[in-house]
Design a protein. Structure first.
Length: 413
């Protein structure tokens, strides 16, 4: 067992791959679904890992955690994916300590997103952390860090235009259709997958185009029924997927399937089709593009679209980074104070022992007062020591100074 009992920023790592160096096919090899995530956490305990979580989206797979070395995290991640460790290490980025902390803040702000300012990442981060917390892998350090990150992201959302306008993978899909399809309101649209990205895409289609000839299918029928009722569109059972696929002019796929659910042989050539794959790994077999009258678009191709909204967002980056810096400083202040807690407790214990020592009271008669009265003095000394430790981390000198402060406070009373 590797083991790691230290939960501080110096042992905090992030290892991951994202859209910057990998395409959809590679990212798909390291995507983590719910079952894989659960298995990963179960095996983490065997390596002595107690604080970690995995963020797996269409643009990235990243594992964050407290460990002795990054390889501890990389190993358990790759063991649960179809990709191998050599490929991961070749393409991965690894950050440690304050660099890892800053990376998480940037990710949550949308600064590291394939589409700048994409706010969908916040919901995905919350879900990833919640999953780990329910299985007891979010400790004091991780929880404080995640809360600080979410507060920073919320402040950026409120006080900047980094997420202004409407730009996301979901909206990019709708923009592509706007630029590609005429008379979209009269097209038969099939949405497979009613998760967050699927729901958002469907809402954009309805709100921006007034599209109503939309059929939603989800592996869990109840979820699809709920969305259909909310948007006044159609719903079909999952068993009718290929029947609905044949009728559709436009197909959008956003599921958590670990392999393609639409294959070349599933596509009818009776009419042209536009297929948009919003999933990682691919839920539409890429070879369908070989068929005549078939247009296939994936998330990487959607992200290449640029418009005025993105230009405005880029102007907000310095402001967002300033907000992040402020929240990181607050987190580091908390972290530094937390590191001093054992020292402060030890000094307080020693002062309480001194307070009840007969020899001490014989030597310093001014302190011959009830213990209850001196407890308040001791706490003041500890508070003063805490402030000094924040700026001058000389624990031995502070210990001696605290005893001197206590004696002096008693002498001057």
């Amino acid at each position: 067992m590797t083991g790691t009992a230290i939960t501080d920023v110096d042992h905090f790592f992030i290892a991951g791959i994202n859209y910057k160096k990998t395409d959809v096919s590679i990212r798909g090899q390291f995507a983590i679904n719910t079952d894989q995530y659960n298995a990963l956490l179960s095996k983490a305990t065997d390596k002595g890992l107690t604080e970690l979580f995995v963020l797996s989206t269409c643009n990235r797979t990243e594992i964050y955690g407290v460990a002795n070395e990054a390889n501890d995290l990389i190993e358990i991640l790759c063991n649960e994916t179809t990709g191998n460790t050599d490929t991961f290490n070749e393409l991965a980025y690894v950050k440690k300590g304050s660099d890892a902390v800053e990376h998480l803040f940037s990710v949550a702000a949308g600064l590291d997103s394939q589409i700048l300012g994409d706010y969908e990442i916040v919901g995905q981060l919350k879900q990833a952390a919640k999953f780990a917390k329910e299985r007891n892998f979010i400790g004091t350090f991780s929880e404080r860090l995640i809360n600080s990150v979410l507060q920073s992201s919320k402040s950026i959302k409120t006080n900047t235009e980094l997420s202004g306008g409407t730009v996301s993978v979901s909206f990019a899909a709708v923009q592509f259709l706007r630029n590609t399809v005429t008379d979209i309101r009269n097209k038969n649209i099939l949405l497979i997958g009613a998760g967050k990205i699927g729901r958002n895409t469907c809402k954009y289609l309805v709100s921006h185009f007034g599209a109503s000839q939309i059929t939603v299918i989800n592996r869990t029928d109840e979820t699809a029924v709920e969305l259909a009722q909310e948007l006044n569109i159609h719903q079909a059972p999952y068993s009718d997927l290929y029947t609905e696929l044949e009728k559709a002019d436009i197909v959008l796929v956003s599921t958590n399937a670990s392999a393609p659910i639409i294959l070349k042989e599933n596509i009818s050539l009776a009419s042209p089709k536009i297929l948009i794959d919003l999933s990682i790994p691919n839920n539409i077999d890429p070879v369908v593009v070989e068929l005549p009258n078939v247009t296939l678009i994936n998330v990487d191709e959607l992200a290449k679209q640029k418009d005025e909204t993105l230009q405005k967002r880029e102007a907000e980056v310095p402001h967002a980074k300033q907000i992040i810096e402020e929240h990181i400083n607050d987190f580091i202040d908390w972290h530094n104070m937390r590191r001093h807690v054992p020292v402060l407790k030890a000094v307080k214990k020693k002062l309480m022992e001194i307070n009840q020592c007969d020899f001490f009271h014989d030597e310093y008669p001014p302190l011959l007062t009830p213990v209850a009265n001196n407890t308040e003095t001791i706490q003041k000394v500890i508070n003063n020591m805490a402030v000094k430790l924040r700026t001058n981390n000389t624990k031995g000198c502070q210990y001696i100074e605290a005893i001197n402060d206590y004696i002096t406070s008693g002498s001057n009373s």
